[in-house]
Design a protein around this ligand. Structure first.
Ligand SMILES: *C/C=C(C)/C=C/C=C(C)/C=C/C1=C(C)CCCC1(C)C
Length: 245
């Protein structure tokens, strides 16, 4: 029962200084609320935009379910739920890549663009998992983190300057504007994760921040990126729809 109590540590006591538990709790609520918002707004969009909004809702919904698990895991073990974390990312980050493709489809984006981004995101996350959960000693975290970072920079390059950028410029107007916003999310919002990774790597900064600090960073980043990303898509769909009606 004790892991059903809010902010309870292993002994079952309420702990108001458990910031990790608190951000897991708030995170799960925020993801649920965002999912309800996106799903309930679906019917007001025409078919062209419905898929994008649906994907926004799926991203926050998948995250919400994982947050419920991660929150319980944290309260039961007072340990980072790294495995659930990466399963969540492995499902939601590729969906964020799909969002880029969906909004650029009007400019002629081909599925190959989507697969390129998805492939790079999977490499980024699998190598990141190796560095965070498998090869956690010696040079392991640095090497796997660097590989993960290379895949991350590839995504950044592709959307900021590569073929995705060209399609966005060709589409112009609201699409270009929203694409730019999503690019900023990837450049700034996603950059929070490697910082969390470094904070969580044993022997780097854990001595002065303690265990769990990595989860606070990841939880804040997830809320910004998943919900913010979805809202950019939502705002774009609303703008486009008004133009049509
Ligand atoms: C909703 C979840 C999102 C947007 C997660 C994004 C995760 C990353 C951009 C993670 C990147 C990493 C690196 C670039 C290097 C270190 C290892 C990672 C996996 C933390």
């Amino acid at each position: 029962m004790k892991n059903l109590l809010l902010f309870a540590d292993v002994s079952g006591k309420l702990d108001p200084t458990d910031y990790v538990g608190f951000t897991f709790f708030v995170g799960s609520m925020a993801m649920m609320a965002a999912s309800a918002f996106f799903f309930l707004s679906l019917s007001q969009f025409d078919r062209k935009w419905r898929t994008s909004i649906l994907v926004s809702g799926l991203i926050t919904f998948i995250a919400a379910v994982h947050y419920f698990y991660m929150r319980d895991y944290w309260f039961a073990n007072v340990e980072s739920p790294t495995f659930f974390r990466y399963v969540d990312w492995l499902l939601t980050v590729p969906l964020m890549c799909v969002e880029f493709y969906l909004i650029l489809k009007v400019a002629g984006a081909k599925p190959s663009l989507m697969w390129k981004l998805i492939f790079a995101s999977v490499i980024m996350l699998v190598t990141g998992y190796f560095g965070e959960a498998v090869y956690t000693t010696g040079t392991g975290p640095a090497i796997w983190g660097a590989l993960s970072g290379a895949a991350y920079f590839y995504i950044v390059y592709e959307i900021w300057a590569g073929s995705a950028k060209k399609l966005a410029v060709a589409a112009g107007g609201d699409i270009l504007y929203s694409h730019k916003l999503l690019c900023w999310f990837v450049l700034v919002g996603w950059a929070i994760y490697p910082l969390g990774y470094m904070l969580g790597t044993e022997g780097w900064y854990t001595s002065f921040l303690g265990t769990g600090s990595v989860d606070v960073v990841y939880n804040i980043a997830d809320a910004i990126n998943k919900i913010g990303f979805g809202l950019v898509i939502y705002a774009l769909a609303v703008k486009k729809q008004n133009v049509l009606s």
